[in-house]
Ligand binder design. Structure first.
Ligand code: C2O
Ligand code: CU
Ligand code: CU
Length: 530
């Protein structure tokens, strides 16, 4: 049954977000109802026969991350109603939600319940599903309500994820712990499986002396995006693990709010990428390092059988320049923002995870030269091949904007309407566009651009406008092969992507995946029309 949706006046002043820094005592917010007309799917459809049926509840709890006081977090609790025990893997002693494993073609039902103090909705990042199931902010439910998702897994095997998507408060909800991996499994006998197929979810956080999470509550910090001073991998502070002399497949998700990683191995060995956001590439790609911006996934291949017993290899984030400038004096350094400035700004070198090679061996595999048949898009058939739509991500009127606009719940401009069953080329420009005042030029940041509802192909990355010295520090880290749903758009960069609008009509969002930018309105709707 669908019910007509009430509209809530959202109280998102910075002081209310500040209240989130003590999540366990957040009070509910008063809401005023009126008709918005979004159709909330509150009940199960008896005609839908799910292969997998599970309940995900967003709740507040405490987890033992450190010695001493437990940490108050938000978390997705899960209960499997149908689908076998491998479908949902709970990670222990972490705030992170479960790892959900499904197969292409499976029918999935998720009963999302919320016990959060404020509204929320789950978005399935990377999935090609209908707008009603995608977790648009207009479908956010209140504490005590339920939203039922029912969809078929249309995607290729690959590494996707899920996280909240309520308007203006996605950043803090993800930050306090709401996120999980959603793996679409394939049959790849040549690739590592089981415990040799390992998720690595990268997130930076900041804790106070009572082990409680700290989230910025001042406008300048939020304008830049949250940057923490400590890394958590898979929602845990430990950063050591022992591995066997075996080949591993790492599914790396950048689940951070705004931190960009420059991934590399400490011994200088190549980073061998086998998959991107939308699954395995046709062939492996070897890089000295990989840039991974918030929301993006990359799958890498690592053979530890070539190392000696007790040898340690670190996965690191190397130093780089992102071309960020926040006004007054150019490039941003540590501490420049004042207030709760990051102790570890974007671009600072640090260790992510340490692998110590044990004496035991496991299966050692040889890297296939051909991984999959990813398919393609016939770009010559794009309806706007000679005149791509342009989307400028910039700073105007003291706000992060897309083509001069910020998010409006159901707002779709003419330049955001596309036709079903067409191919288009969109060009994303960081800092471009006319009418930028002096302040616009002074405020430049990287923006991880993300489209909902589909996977696209990057067909051109024009870096001629990127600061030369910054570019030198990142230029070898981009993978423009394979299917993507998120990519890093550096200041001055122009990226063209090709996409097909298929199967569903309706409204999806696209936005900057720096979650603080998203919350501040660097998000828009696009609509697929008949
Ligand atoms: Cu992972 Cu709209 O985002
Ligand atoms: Cu998404
Ligand atoms: Cu941004």
């Amino acid at each position: 049954m669908n019910i007509s949706r009430r509209k809530f006046i959202r109280v998102a002043s910075l002081s209310t977000l500040g209240a989130l820094s003590v999540p366990l005592i957040i009070k509910g917010f008063d809401s005023i109802a009126d008709a918005e007309g979004a159709r909330i799917n509150t009940e199960i459809n008896e005609n839908f026969q799910p292969d997998i049926d599970l309940e995900l509840t967003a709740l507040q709890k405490e987890v033992q991350l450190f010695d001493g006081q437990k940490t108050g977090v938000f978390s997705y609790g899960s209960r499997i109603l149908k689908g076998g025990d491998r479908t949902v893997e709970e990670l222990e002693d972490t705030y992170l939600g479960p790892i959900i494993r499904v197969k292409p073609g499976q029918k999935v039902r998720v009963r999302f319940k919320s016990q959060l103090p404020r509204e929320s909705i789950i978005h399935w990042h990377g999935l090609h599903i209908s707008p009603e199931m995608d977790g648009h902010p207009m479908y956010a439910i209140e504490r005590g309500e339920q939203f039922v998702y029912e969809f078929t897994v249309n995607n290729r095997p690959g590494t996707y994820w899920f996280h909240p998507h309520p308007d203006k408060i996605t950043g803090p909800q993800v930050y306090y712990g709401l996120a999980g991996m959603f793996i679409v499994e394939g049959e790849y006998p040549d690739l590592p499986t089981g415990k040799y197929d390992m998720p690595l979810i990268l997130q930076d956080r900041q804790f106070d002396s009572d082990n409680q999470l700290v989230y910025p509550d001042n406008r300048m910090d939020r304008m830049r995006g949250f940057l923490g001073d400590r890394m958590l991998v898979n929602g845990r502070p430990e950063w050591h693990t022992r591995v066997k002399k075996a080949t591993y497949r790492f599914r790396i998700l950048n689940g951070s709010n705004s931190r960009i990683y420059k991934l590399a191995w400490s011994d200088g060995s190549e980073v061998v990428a086998i998959g991107t956001d939308g699954g395995l590439m046709e062939r492996p790609v070897r890089k000295p390092y990989l840039m991974l911006s918030p929301g993006e996934r990359v799958e890498i291949w690592k053979d530890f059988s070539v190392y000696d017993t007790d040898e340690e290899v670190l996965l690191k984030s190397l130093s780089f320049e992102s071309g960020t400038s926040m006004g007054m004096g150019g490039r941003m350094g540590g501490g420049m923002m004042g207030g709760g400035a990051p102790q570890v700004p974007n671009g600072r070198e640090f260790d992510l995870y340490s692998f110590t090679v044990s004496a035991q061996s496991g299966p050692s595999k040889s890297l296939p030269s051909r991984l999959s048949d990813p398919g393609s898009i016939d770009v010559s058939r794009a309806v706007n091949a000679d005149r791509p739509r342009q989307f400028s991500f910039s700073f105007e009127r003291m706000q992060w904007v897309i083509n001069g606009e910020t998010f409006g719940m159901k707002e779709v401009a003419d330049w955001e309407k596309v036709r079903l069953n067409t191919t288009e080329i969109w060009e994303f420009i960081n800092g471009g566009g006319g009418g930028m005042g002096m302040m616009g030029n002074m405020m430049q940041m990287p923006h991880p651009v993300h489209m909902h509802g589909l996977q696209f192909l990057i067909i051109q990355r024009d870096v001629s406008g990127v600061d030369r010295s910054a570019w030198q520090t990142v230029k070898d880290g981009f993978i423009d092969e394979g299917w993507q749903d998120t990519f890093l758009l550096l200041p001055g960069m122009r990226v063209q992507v090709a996409m097909r609008f298929e199967d569903y009509t309706g409204i999806y969002v696209y936005h900057c995946h720096n979650l603080e930018h998203e919350d501040m309105g660097m998000m828009r709707n696009y609509e697929v029309i008949e």
